[in-house]
Design a protein around this ligand. Structure first.
Ligand code: GAL
Ligand code: ZN
Length: 674
């Protein structure tokens, strides 16, 4: 495993570069990423290139023993380009164009922009593609960052129509798929169809879902042009992109597909601000909910979930391309970071599957938008917190390498689908039903039990997993039901959650009894479903240890067909679900259906963290999945092969019992052992 750093030679006097290289050597940094925003410096005027500064930087850092990653600079088109060709600018849903002065202001479907992108990538790759000092390429920077995933310009409108023609072939088929007979939306020609901008109130969810899919495909095809050029001009070098964890607006599985491996940008203290309100249980006081964590570590389970999704994109290890090493500048509070915390983040990332760690950034910038962001060096060029932590990590390189070389095989997978996420964003039914929040209930439960989880698409090979959880398999068809059935038939245990099979892939409701396409597999019929106001609940009971209490928030009653009932609702008033109950007194809350060698469980309500934990604890012990039910809150535990890692994200001493041994973990510290 190696460490590296993001560096911007164009931000510093050239006379300083050598000292920087020397200090990087002192820290054992072996990788350097350059140039991903430097278009204006590389091509100061159209067709006029200046490579000399980059040649000198490459020479100097390679001389210092570093491997070089070059970024293609297409995230930041220069002013001459945006002024000469304003039609390349991205247009928002209100019809306003972005402007020069930031980044990600381009439209991925603009033919002009695509041409200029191909040109700069070709020029760069012709110059450096065969250079042995350049080990790989990062394409662009954080596709979709700064809410830039969707563009509503005329190019996009045209490309959207072509995309729709490919998908539906005839306008009639589109009308049928989108249900346009509703409110006289019917189209009679492709040219009548526009992107769903903000000039429409109450947009058609099938229309919007297709536009989201189209927007995602637009970046996939934009990226592919660069991949093709690099494969041709820089053969044998890796090609990657830096992803953004739980980012939702592009289908990250699709974007990852033709890259060699993925990298992602890991900023633990930015994430809690962003994610608490989306991920924490409904109605909980999101700020008060996690007092166990030290103030400067972020939210480790959210961080784990991000790592797990990133690992799931290609179902293989990844790199951290930007690792936070001190405070950042874009969160709500941006707490100061104490020594020891960056070290914890690095160990955590490696435990979750990071092969290499590249820090962001070398030195805090004196310039422009990111002045308040830290680096390994402070503004004055002297070592900051992260510098000290990296010195410490250097002494732990052997152990880190052992950890990173150990097998990564989680016993549990959770299925993740951007289509489902988007469909539920568009029609959550209750404002606080969020696809990720529901998923997090199960994910969180596994992590608190010390059970490793992968987040994978439903097209992944599931046969290696003992347990597969599909929290909200919302858009379903026969093909999906068949894949899940194959998994269960082969001996797997599948757990389905609420709102399964409710819709078809085009985002219309199924005309089958629920759970629609999943009904035979689940062996149940959903006899009623409802969203409950906070404070309302339905008691339920079961034989499963610790799994009893009240179902709330979202409750579905199940009628068992071929399944057996493992938990039942205890209705306090017989009229509660009268409309759909047809005589059943105690409808099922949890069912289990045998499917050949395996089984399918269906949980009829949205579990609280404690309920999810009790259910997963039960399944883990049935399936011989090792778990640590007494893991203290704020501690994460990893087992990879015969190596173990315990991470304490709290400010208190923690005692962790594994098997018959008790380990004591100092605050914000870790224990690695075999
Ligand atoms: C990342 C981005 C970097 C830098 C960093 C600051 O999202 O890729 O260029 O802006 O955030 O935290
Ligand atoms: Zn556009």
């Amino acid at each position: 495993m190696k460490f590296g750093v993001c560096y911007y030679p164009e931000h510093w006097p050239e006379a300083r570069w050598a000292e920087d290289a020397r200090l990087m050597g002192e820290l054992g940094l072996k990788i350097i990423r350059l140039a991903e925003f430097a278009w204006a410096k590389m091509e100061p005027e159209p067709g006029v290139y200046d490579w000399e500064w980059l040649d000198r930087a490459i020479a100097l850092f390679a001389e210092a023993g570093m491997e070089i990653i070059l970024g293609t600079p297409t995230c930041t088109p220069p002013a001459w380009l945006t002024r000469q060709h304003p039609e390349i600018l991205r247009v928002d849903a209100n019809g306003r164009s972005r402007n020069h002065g930031t980044r990600r202001h381009y439209c991925p479907n603009s033919p002009t922009y695509r041409e200029f992108s191909r040109q700069i990538v070709t020029q760069m790759a012709q110059r450096y593609g065969l250079d042995e000092r350049i080990v790989g390429w990062q394409i662009d920077n954080e596709f979709g960052g700064g809410k830039s995933a969707r563009c509503y310009c005329d190019h996009c409108a045209r490309a959207f129509r072509t995309w729709l023609q490919n998908r539906y072939k005839t306008v009639d088929a589109l009308n049928e798929a989108w249900g346009t007979i509703f409110w006289s939306q019917t189209y009679t020609a492709w040219a009548q169809i526009n992107p769903p901008g903000d000039d429409v109130n109450y947009k058609n969810p099938s229309h919007v879902l297709d536009f989201y899919r189209f927007s995602s495909d637009s970046y996939v095809s934009y990226q592919q042009e660069q991949i093709d050029l690099l494969r041709q001009l820089a053969p044998g070098r890796f090609v990657t992109h830096n992803f953004m964890g739980l980012y939702q607006d592009l289908d990250q599985f699709d974007l990852a597909q033709s890259l060699d491996f993925i990298t992602w940008d890991n900023y633990p203290t930015g994430n809690p601000d962003r994610w608490r309100q989306i991920l924490y249980p409904p109605g909980s006081d999101t700020r008060q909910n996690d007092p166990v964590y030290a103030y400067d570590v972020g939210e480790p389970i959210v961080q784990s979930m991000s790592h797990a999704l990133m690992r799931g994109l290609k179902q293989r290890p990844f790199w951290i391309m930007e690792q936070q090493c001190g405070h950042i500048n874009w969160g709500d509070v941006n707490p100061g970071i104490r020594p020891g915390t960056p070290r914890l983040w690095v160990w955590h990332a490696v435990a979750e599957g990071a092969d290499h760690i590249v820090y962001f950034r070398w030195r805090a910038t004196l310039l422009a938008q990111e002045q308040y962001h830290s680096g390994l060096l402070g503004h004055d060029g002297r070592p900051d917190i992260g510098f000290g932590d990296q010195q410490r990590l250097l002494g732990e390189l052997d152990q880190l390498s052992q950890l990173s070389a150990a097998p990564l095989d989680a016993p549990v997978a959770i299925l993740f689908s951007f289509d489902d996420l988007w469909a539920l964003q568009l029609q959550p039914h209750r404002h606080d039903f969020h696809y990720l929040r529901h998923l997090y209930a199960y994910y969180h439960a596994c992590l608190r039990l010390g059970i490793g989880v992968d987040l994978v698409p439903d097209t992944a090979d599931l046969s290696q997993y003992k347990l597969v959880i599909a929290p909200t398999a919302h858009l379903a068809d026969e093909a999906l039901a068949q894949r899940l059935c194959d998994y269960a038939s082969g001996g797997g245990t599948l757990l389905l959650g609420v709102r399964a099979g409710f819709k078809t892939p085009s985002n219309r409701v199924t005309d089958q009894p629920l759970p629609g396409a999943m009904r035979e597999l689940a062996g149940v019929t959903v006899t009623s479903w409802q969203s409950l106001p906070l404070g309302q609940a339905v008691p339920f009971r079961s034989e499963i240890a610790g799994f009893a209490g009240e179902a709330s928030y979202w409750v579905e009653t199940l009628g068992v067909e071929t399944a057996v009932s493992l938990a039942r609702y205890e209705l306090e008033r017989p009229d509660r679900f009268a409309a759909n109950l047809s005589g059943l007194e105690k409808p099922t809350a949890l069912a289990e259906n045998k499917v050949d060698q395996g089984r399918v469980l269906t949980l009829g309500f949205y579990p609280t963290p404690a309920q999810a934990r009790a259910l997963l604890q039960h399944l883990a012990s049935q399936l011989n999945i090792p778990s640590l039910p007494d893991l203290p809150a704020g501690v994460l535990a990893y087992q990879r092969g015969d190596v173990r890692l315990l991470l304490n994200f709290t400010d208190a001493l923690q005692t962790v019992t594994v098997g018959t041994t008790s380990h004591t973990l100092p605050p914000r510290d870790l224990l690695f052992y075999r």
